[in-house]
Design a protein around this ligand. Structure first.
Ligand code: GAR
Length: 192
């Protein structure tokens, strides 16, 4: 399985996937890491491990993922022979050009127990809502925001003295376990 990663931030989920591959617990190759943020640390992490990288040109749009950019991204991922795309902290909405290029083959990780708290800073949304637990979800990507069939979830308790930062850090510990596990599960499903 050749994986392409799209991310906008620090890339700790990419790191968890790299670590699983290097530890021999995930049978996959990281073929390409792309970011819409040219100086995002996710690109640096990829370079440190010899993984090819690229920048997605969104033509100056702050949050939109223009269709031309999605066609270009799909072409780049195809050229790298990717057969699975993992969104790892990628903050733009994927639409038809990518969805049609990689049917049933795009995963996302989100820091809540979806369908609760889609969108930005889901850990803060959970804290503000006063719920007693939240978590993280790996799901197949469709055209919605953090929607699509769920593959795996993990629960995380919310503690009385949690801040947004402490809660996100606790969720990320689970994310780093869950994403490699979800990819392993997908691999198994494809084999059978
Ligand atoms: C992760 O917590 C991920 O779940 C979240 O962004 C963070 C990226 O961290 N994604 C979303 O909120 C998507 N809606 P990372 O760059 O360290 O992997």
């Amino acid at each position: 399985m050749r994986i392409g990663i799209l991310g906008s931030g620090s890339g700790s989920n990419l790191q968890a996937i790299i670590d699983a591959i290097e530890a021999g617990t995930l049978d996959a190759t990281l073929a390409l890491v792309l970011s819409d943020v040219p100086d995002a640390f996710i690109l640096e992490r990829a370079r440190r491990h010899g993984i090819p990288t690229g920048v997605i040109d969104c033509h100056g749009f702050k949050t939109k993922f223009p269709l031309e950019s999605q066609f270009q991204t799909a072409a780049d991922l195809k050229s790298a022979d990717c057969d699975l795309i993992c969104l790892a902290g990628f903050m733009r909405l994927v639409k038809d050009p990518l969805l049609k290029a990689f049917p049933q083959s795009i995963l996302n990780i989100h820091p809540s127990l979806l369908p609760a708290f889609p969108g930005i800073a889901a850990w803060r949304q959970a804290l503000d809502a006063g719920v007693s637990e939240t978590g993280c979800t790996v799901h197949h990507v469709d055209a919605g925001m953090d929607t699509g069939p769920i593959l795996l979830q993990a629960k995380v308790p919310i503690l009385a003295d949690d801040t947004a930062e402490s809660l996100h850090a606790r969720i990320q510990v689970e994310e780093h376990r869950l994403y490699p596990e979800a990819i392993r599960l997908l691999l198994k499903q494809r084999v059978h």
